[in-house]
Design a binder for this molecule. Structure first.
Ligand code: SAM
Length: 378
């Protein structure tokens, strides 16, 4: 048995990046997505699930909605969970984990909710099969998510498995790296056209230029050998395996050998070494060099995209005046500039530059804004 085209999917994303994810899904041929808080709802079958997992750069998880029902108390939850045919995906030899969230609802204790869902699932297994799954919170075969919002429960399966920001190439991180999924969203929200060069003059582990290069060349976000959560479920039979393999091969076939020049620089030689190693592991053509941000030479028209160091740990105070001067110089030379700044960072007012457009989003729990001075020539 497999997933039909009317399957309801919810791709999760960092708050503020839902619109970018929706645009990405459209590019991946998954139209009709509806942005909601924390992600995008979209319909699609097994091929769409595989495509989303393998190729979305912005989605953090891909969830499949099994059921939705009114849930004002635990009895309603028990009834709803007990009515789902879990044995289709979860046999007793497969492990299970349940996560829960609650918002504006009478039952708010997420630990209690997760426990109750888990109990409902294993009770049904015992009743029907005489045996139950064991729990593996770290790496379950079947991950279940309960989302309770205004006393309505959604019960979902986690099709992606481990978080999709883990691409497998960033073995070396350095201080304050952006999650790969957020870096991909920032690149898209910057308005970079995937034709002009892109440069990150504060590149750290190189996440922004690497994600930009891979996106521009159509490289799938996940390596071909990565296995997703849904591939470990009981319903993933030979036919499903063959369809997923075909879908993934079609994605790999779209990769372009060349693309716009994506590059980064950093004053720290160790950061540059790490960025180069990460690019090599990722199969990225992004180039990196050691340079102070005030001295870096940009290719004509390059779009500057960066997240400057900010906060005590990264001694932001030193970099701010230099950054203001550098942005003014880049603007005067006609470079579009996009910077991800925490909300409480002082405003940058580079002399001579008009007010930037700003987009609010979260970097983990930190409220931020992506400010962009667009190409003055439009
Ligand atoms: C927040 S980190 C960037 C993280 C990066 N986006 C990533 O995902 O790994 C900021 C970087 O700016 C670099 N930096 C600080 N001052 C600099 C300067 N004046 N010139 C060049 N690089 C600088 C630091 O070495 C650090 O690697």
């Amino acid at each position: 048995m497999s997933w039909g085209r009317d399957t309801r999917l919810f791709a999760t994303a960092a708050a503020g990046t839902e619109g970018a994810l929706k645009a990405e899904l459209r590019d991946l041929g998954l139209s009709g997505g509806k942005a909601a808080r924390g992600g995008v709802r979209v319909g699609g079958g097994l091929e769409a699930i595989a495509r989303l997992c393998a190729r979305s750069r912005i989605a953090v998880r891909v969830l499949i909605e099994l059921d939705e029902f009114a849930c004002a108390d635990e009895r309603a939850l028990d009834r709803g969970v007990g009515a789902i045919a879990w044995e289709r995906w979860l046999t007793p030899d497969r492990t299970l984990a349940v996560r829960a969230t609650s918002r504006d609802s009478r039952v708010s204790h997420t630990g209690f909710l997760a426990q109750r869902v888990k109990d409902g699932i294993v009770d049904r297994q015992r009743r029907l099969l005489g045996a139950r799954s064991s729990i593996d919170r770290r790496d379950p075969d079947v991950g279940v998510v309960l989302r309770l919002e205004r006393d309505r429960a959604s019960v979902l399966l986690d099709a992606s498995g481990a978080s999709l920001h883990r691409r497998g190439w960033r073995a070396e991180e350095g201080a304050a790296p952006l999650k790969e999924t957020l870096a991909a969203a920032v690149v898209r929200l910057s308005g970079w056209d995937r034709e002009r060069a892109l440069h990150d003059p504060l590149c750290g582990a190189g996440t922004i230029p690497i994600e930009a290069d891979l996106w521009a060349r159509g490289v799938p976000a996940q390596r071909p050998e990565r296995r997703f959560g849904f591939e470990r479920w009981a319903d993933h039979d030979e036919d499903a395996r063959a369809r997923v393999a075909r879908e993934r091969a079609a994605g790999e076939a779209r990769v372009r050998a060349d693309g716009p020049a994506c590059a980064g620089s950093d004053e720290d030689p160790e950061a540059v070494r790490r960025a180069r190693a990460n690019a090599a592991r990722a199969g990225s053509r992004a180039r990196f060099e050691v340079a102070d941000l005030t001295a870096v030479a940009l290719p004509a028209g390059a779009h500057v995209v960066a997240n400057p160091p900010y906060g005590e740990r990264l001694a932001a105070a030193d970099v701010w005046p230099a950054l203001e001067v550098a942005v003014a110089r880049w603007r005067a030379a006609g470079h579009p500039v996009s910077l991800l700044l925490p909300d409480d960072a002082p405003a940058l007012n580079p002399p001579g530059a008009a007010a930037p457009r700003a987009h609010s989003l979260f970097n983990g729990a930190l409220p931020c804004r992506l400010v962009t001075w667009d190409d003055p020539k439009g």
